[in-house]
Design a binder for this molecule. Structure first.
Ligand SMILES: [Zn+2]
Length: 304
């Protein structure tokens, strides 16, 4: 493993740190597998998540970085030690829901139960308020804004589910590409979108592990430099299974297989580079839990 050298010190002061986030789920719980790995079989699948979270905790520790871990309630219930490990290492625990059900595939009542039960369990385990949420597959899409109301009513302070791009199945193309405040009838919610950049006039994602594995590193670097130059945190996200080239292969259609398994060996070296070049921290640390009004107004939040 490489360690950061003085010449590769972070180029940004910590107050301008970017956001490192992890969606904590098993390798068989991704949305593209949902028709191939039914929930009823989850208990019988080999578990890899604890080992893979350790890889990410080690990576962050070596770079003196912090992160936000959006954790599935299902994972927390089955492996309570994971949430405690994350919290003890100084990272933020947030919610990725309980069942990894996309908001496009659920009902308002089931969604409320999902975000309520996961928040409660995660708070019990980590001993801190859980104030952040990210929907599976960024599935708060136009028409599903009621989910934002539910999050506010259930005590969440920020969301990271609106991906300001156009994609089939997800994406909220009209949403601002920078952190902003969403004002809804029950209150307000801070929205923190994943980093994007514009190429040939088209806004493209530049923040996730899949893009880190499949896009040129220069494009990812450009996106984070653009954010840094504007004083805006760029949000990176990764899944534990993306640092696990030896995970069991699941029989899925070719395109899904390619998307899921291609380039898994490239994730860690690319993240080493990213963490050497840019400073990363958790949402809670960057925004001081949104408790200080001076902090909130210092950022380029803008109403939708
Ligand atoms: Zn997920």
């Amino acid at each position: 493993m490489q360690h950061p050298s003085p010449s590769s010190a972070p180029i940004l002061p910590s107050k301008n740190a970017h956001l490192f986030t992890v969606d904590v789920e098993e390798h068989f719980q991704v949305s593209s597998f949902e028709n191939h790995v039914p929930r009823s079989s989850w208990d019988g699948q080999p578990s890899r998540v604890a080992r893979n979270v350790e890889v990410l905790l080690d990576l962050l520790a070596r770079h003196d970085a912090k992160g936000t871990f959006f954790t599935l309630g299902w994972v927390a219930a089955k492996h309570p030690g994971i949430v405690r490990r994350i919290a003890d290492a100084g990272h933020e625990v947030a919610s990725h829901g309980w069942w990894h059900t996309r908001v496009t595939m659920t009902t308002p009542d089931a969604f409320r139960e999902d975000v309520h039960s996961s928040k409660r369990l995660l708070e019990d385990q980590c001993g801190q308020p859980v104030i952040g949420y990210r929907a599976p597959s960024f599935s708060i899409v136009p028409g599903r804004e009621w989910a934002l109301d539910t999050l506010i009513e259930e005590g969440y302070r920020y969301d990271s589910s609106l991906f300001p791009i156009h994609r089939s199945g997800y994406g909220y193309p009209g949403a601002p590409a920078i952190p902003h405040v969403i004002r809804r009838p029950p209150g307000t919610l801070y929205e923190l979108p994943p980093a994007t950049t514009v190429v040939a006039g088209v806004r493209i994602p530049a923040a996730g592990g899949g893009y880190l594995r499949q896009f040129p590193f220069a494009l990812i670097r450009r996106a984070f430099r653009e954010h840094g130059a504007r004083g805006i945190p760029g949000m990176f996200y990764i899944h534990p299974w993306e640092v696990d080239p030896r995970q069991p292969r699941i029989a899925v259609p070719l395109l899904t297989r390619v998307r899921h398994y291609r380039g898994l060996g490239r994730s860690l070296p690319a993240m080493e580079r990213l963490l050497r070049e840019f400073r990363f921290t958790s949402v809670a640390e960057r925004f001081a839990r949104f408790a200080d009004p001076a902090v909130a107004t210092a950022w380029p939040f803008a109403p939708v």
